[in-house]
Write a protein that binds this ligand. Structure first.
Ligand code: FAD
Length: 511
């Protein structure tokens, strides 16, 4: 059932069993789990079914520290959320990602990989992926011509990926609209959560639109599913009963913001051509491909973060501008257009240049977790958005461990390529001085926002507990990658959908 909240009488009261705030990736994944249940689900979406610049502008905010994408264009604010322009790359976290690692400060989830495995399998269905299988041996049988580099598997392994083409706004629109117990309200931007006097439960949520209409939503349970930056912002801005913001009694909300560093790092020159089908990916075509990853034992030995290396032909990579440079337009549609145009331009340059020995040369691109850092954080800015809510402000920072880990990964890959007689690895300039911990301005993130409402059993170290319930507030939960304690190397959406389905089961259990 769909209701445009702009058409309701001002000050309407909306009531249900659960209220999900945000009909994006996490919110829709949860709503689907409640379909045909005996419960009335209120699904509040800030935007409509199409891009609307006035609503999108609510995402705008300042960034400081390391150069970042404009906040306005790094996520989408309408039904379906940021799957509206995601790339669909999926791979689960590794066992090591959940561990408390003595060399990674603030690491250690309160759950282990096995706790998430059944939910990863369910998330595969939601995201329209293949079987929940990520071993190279499985995919080698499925797809012919997958040739791995013959490297020492005690040091390097092939981390497999699968690819989703799901755009939730198209894929699930009809299903959600037809579900009798799901009441989707569009143009229902939540601007405040009202807590009980003791701040141990949420009484109601308030929505507002640009005409000034406000509505009140009451439910037994509330789930924030607005994306990691926005969830933190909403907790901080809901500060009537708790001056520091909801769940922020220990000043953790918004801290530990993490991205995946996606950085061109080294050139690989093979001594002779090697078939790299296993390491290639083409949107909508490839079912599974691999990136080179460092084993858990080797990470522990060298005290480095978890990361992978992907391949791009050097003849293309040396011509292309980094996406941090070309994705700087505030309008996400323009930024996306600029990025695709840049890829076309670099492709044409590469073609002009021809091939020759360069066929054997690749750019190795790192994808790596960022060490959790309390100074990398989302706060409230001084400026307000069009609905009167303080805008988000992001300070993005790195630690020396981030850079040391990237350098070490390529030293290891270089050694392994040499030992196997496959070729040589040449570090890019910015990695050569081991006492220099800075990153170039065009260092990419993946538009992956994580850690701002991190999970920990200790309320002093985390915002949510192992079930994604906000510490101390019994009916308030957070869905999404903000709950990640550490981020692992792979893109976050498969894991955040898995966590959301797990949260959904937990809340249903409470009903
Ligand atoms: C260009 C690009 C490429 C990407 N590629 C990949 C990839 O290949 N693999 C991968 O894993 N990830 C990728 N991502 C990241 C991925 O899109 C996100 O991880 C994921 O969409 C986040 O899901 P979410 O539900 O937390 O947030 P979203 O999907 O952004 O959903 C949040 C929803 O909340 C709504 N909302 C916000 N505020 C309010 C409010 N106050 N009231 C009501 N509703 C509100 C929004 O309108 C939106 O619908 C990519 C992102 C971008 C930008």
């Amino acid at each position: 059932m769909h209701i445009d909240a702009r058409k309701l009488n001002n000050k309407s009261i909306i009531e249900g069993d659960i209220c999900i705030v945000g009909a994006g990736t996490a919110g829709i994944s949860i709503a689907l789990e409640w379909m045909n249940s005996p419960y009335k689900v209120i699904l509040l979406e800030g935007g409509g079914f199409e891009y609307d610049d006035q609503v999108q502008d609510l995402n705008g905010g300042k960034t400081t520290g390391q150069k970042y994408f404009p906040l306005k264009s790094s996520r989408l604010r309408y039904f379906g959320g940021t799957t509206g322009h995601w790339a669909g790359m999926c791979s689960p976290l590794d066992h090591v990602d959940f561990r408390k690692r003595d060399w990674v400060p603030h690491s250690g989830w309160p759950i282990v990989k096995e706790d998430l495995d059944p939910f990863y399998a369910r998330a595969h269905k939601t995201l329209g992926l293949g079987p929940y299988e990520y071993s190279f041996d499985y995919w080698r049988k499925e797809i012919p011509n997958l040739n791995p580099f013959p490297l020492d598997d005690k040091v390097v392994w092939n981390k497999m990926w699968q690819f989703s083409t799901a755009r939730f706004g198209n894929l699930y629109r009809e299903t959600i609209l037809k579900a009798r117990n799901i009441h989707l309200y569009t143009y229902a931007n939540v601007v405040n959560l009202e807590a009980s006097e003791g701040v141990n439960s949420i009484r109601e949520a308030q929505t507002r639109d640009h005409s000034g209409k406000t509505h009140t939503v009451r439910a037994k349970h509330f789930i924030l599913a607005c994306g990691a930056i926005q969830n933190a912002r909403m907790l901080l801005a809901s500060n009537k009963q708790a001056p520091a913001g909801l769940g922020n009694q220990n000043d953790v909300v918004g801290r530990y913001f993490m991205e995946h560093l996606e950085v061109s790092s080294a050139e690989l020159w093979l001594t002779k051509p090697f078939p790299t089908d296993l390491y290639n990916w083409s949107y909508g075509v490839t079912r599974a491909s691999a990136e080179l990853a460092i084993t858990e034992e080797t990470q522990e030995q060298f005290k480095i973060l978890n990361g992978t290396a992907s391949f791009a032909p050097l003849v293309f990579a040396k011509h292309v501008k980094q996406r941090m440079e070309v994705w700087q337009n505030e309008d996400p549609r323009e930024s996306a257009k600029n990025m695709f145009a840049e890829w076309d331009r670099a492709g044409a340059e590469a073609e002009k240049e021809g091939t020759g020995s360069i066929q054997r040369a690749y750019m190795l691109n790192t994808r790596i977790e960022q060490a959790p850092n309390p100074n990398s954080r989302v706060t409230l800015g001084s400026e307000k958005d069009g609905l009167g809510v303080p805008r988000a402000s992001l300070n993005w920072e790195f630690t020396p461990l981030d850079k040391r880990s990237i350098r070490k990964i390529y030293e290891l890959l270089g050694q392994q390529m040499g030992i196997a007689g496959l070729g040589r690895v040449k570090l890019l300039e910015f990695l050569r001085d081991e006492n220099n911990y800075t990153f170039p301005d065009d260092t990419n993130g993946g538009w992956h926002h994580m850690g701002t409402t991190r999970m920990s059993e200790d309320p002093k170290k985390g915002v949510v507990d192992a079930n994604c319930q906000v510490h101390g507030i019994q009916n308030l939960h957070v869905a999404g990658s903000g709950c990640f304690t550490t981020s692992g190397a792979p893109n976050p959406t498969l894991t955040l959908v898995s966590l959301s389905i797990r949260l959904s089961d937990y809340v249903m259990g409470k009903m």
